[in-house]
Design a protein around this ligand. Sequence first.
Ligand SMILES: C[S@@+](CC[C@H](N)C(=O)[O-])C[C@H]1O[C@@H](n2cnc3c(N)ncnc32)[C@H](O)[C@@H]1O
Length: 248
Amino acid sequence: MAEATSEERSAAQPNILWQKLRGDFPIGSEPHARGQPAVVDIPNAALRESSSDADLGNFYAVGEAWAQLAMSLTTTSTPRIVDIGCGCGKMARFFVVNPQVHYCGIDVFGPAIAWCLEAFQHFPNFRFEHLNVYSSVYNPAGAMQSETVVLPVKDGAADVVICASLFTHLLQPEFVRYIAELGRILVPNGRALVSIHDEPKDSSFSGDASRIDIDRSYFVDTVTATGLQVSRRIGAVYGQQVYVLSKS
Ligand SMILES: C[S@@+](CC[C@H](N)C(=O)[O-])C[C@H]1O[C@@H](n2cnc3c(N)ncnc32)[C@H](O)[C@@H]1O
């Protein structure tokens, strides 16, 4: 029998375009990758893709880069890290080796939180919260509006907040609300590590929930208006502009 052509082989591949999987999302894990720490399971390709990119190498590389940046911002040996839009735990997995870290991951995408609850169940300092807020892309059945959301974190209870590729998906009123929430949940002297796309079309803010772009000046002005400071622009990290925000 003739061997299948490469086109035939790729046509036979399962379609993992995660947005088409809504009704029947395959929550699952994959075998561990050789040479990587085997502490937490690896989310399957559909889950990884829902957090930007199915590629396993990028999953590890981006997660480790963000985790190291976040740890560099801690000022206490027992940091409380809140990861808003945590997805399938790309950053969380790099904190488990430190028993001093207390971590809270929050996301509107139910399958990712369901997977994290299972995969991190043996780490008592880790909690994950599904936020049933509406997102046309990630949670179209969400019951709450994100422009009025109160995140499930107490005032001043976060030393470091991560928003990795979160503001790249929030509409303007939601973005403003989440910046205000950062101000509420950060401890005085706390830091937030956040990213944006910064190429808006024809205005200071453009796009839809699948990709939002924000003008850098508008971003800085919005942050400053809430009483936070933009203490550093780190620059491009895997295609997004990364900033450090601080609360005095
Ligand atoms: C591009 S993914 C990034 C995931 C993760 N931070 C990472 O870098 O792997 C964006 C994430 O933000 C989440 N998200 C979107 N809108 C949200 C909202 N209003 N509140 C919390 N999370 C949200 C999505 O469900 C998705 O998991």
